[in-house]
Design a binder for this molecule. Sequence first.
Ligand code: NAD
Length: 360
Amino acid sequence: MHKIMILPGDGIGPEVTAVARRVLETLASGGELELSIEEGDIGGVSIDTHGVPLTDAVVERAREADAVLLGAVGGPKWDTLERDRRPERGLLRIRTELGLFSNLRPAILFPQLADASSLRAELVAGLDILIVRELTGGIYFGRPRGIDAGEDGHRRGYNTLIYSEPEIRRIARSAFEVAMRRGRKVTSVDKANVLESSELWREVVTDTAREYPEVELSHMYVDNAAMQLIRAPKQFDVIVTGNMFGDILSDAAAMLTGSIGMLPSASLNESARGLFEPIHGSAPDIAGRNVANPLASVLSVSMMLRYTLGRADLAERVDRAVSTVLDLGLRTADIAAPGEASVGTTEMGEQIVACLATSG
Ligand code: NAD
């Protein structure tokens, strides 16, 4: 029995997670998966109901769950609150509380949508890369940090890029583990020609690779990786990198696909439990209108099945269902070509569920 906690959140969060929930329930009703699902509040809805963006009770229940599925948080209603009380704090807190150090950001482009990319269709059609970004260390957290008066009368700002050997080893292992479930190729991205922290990064990743003889490891400097992502992105399978490089490269890779409504993500902890969520936000501009694309949330369920629940077979079924509805020509407004007819969130959900129900 797998315990799943759903945190729909704000804006389009509840609309897209309702579809994702039906996907999970359809798999469960086919008898292939035993699930218990519960829901909780996070973000603005939690502020309105409980006065805080995330309650201790929800944190406790999320800790007990095998996986958490999140919608999105935030919206203009809460934008004027003090920083510490805003919806986004709930998200930061749950990531910290669950110890989520490994952030998996796929850039997948279904061939049916190749025209949505800003790159030529033949460069990106069928793109399927996964960026594994270290999420809790590196320059965003290193100390010392600050802005001070400086020694020469000029103020100076500084941060520290620091990675310990265990931090590097665990993110490397996380990347090799996910590569074993995919194309078995890992590219480690660093700046070892300039940075000592990268020198250690490269050494430890190379050493960790010995535990995974089936995986092919290569190294690439971050400037070259940025270039290669734009030049020939299909050369990559899994990219593993530190917090800041991963932040930048994963956004660039996501945009190769041209459709924010299609991209899921996962954040895992040391026991491979995790939080799964679309990369998009709460989209207040379209919330409540039944036009949001639910596929990023559905594909987040696929990542949950693959990386936490150990059910690659069911993950493939979900991926196939998404591909089938695209083959059928179904498009939500965000992925429809100009002038092309579109379907709403619930109709897209119904079609996915229908495909799943018949594909067992
Ligand atoms: P956004 O991702 O919510 O929206 C950007 C644009 O993409 C909008 O035009 C929106 O309509 C469109 N879009 C997003 N998801 C879509 C979907 N599934 N289907 C169709 N169109 C979609 O980013 P934003 O507008 O910068 O932020 C809105 C709010 O979301 C803010 O409060 C922000 O803080 C929050 N946010 C939350 C998360 C999160 O919860 N993880 C991430 C980013 C932003």
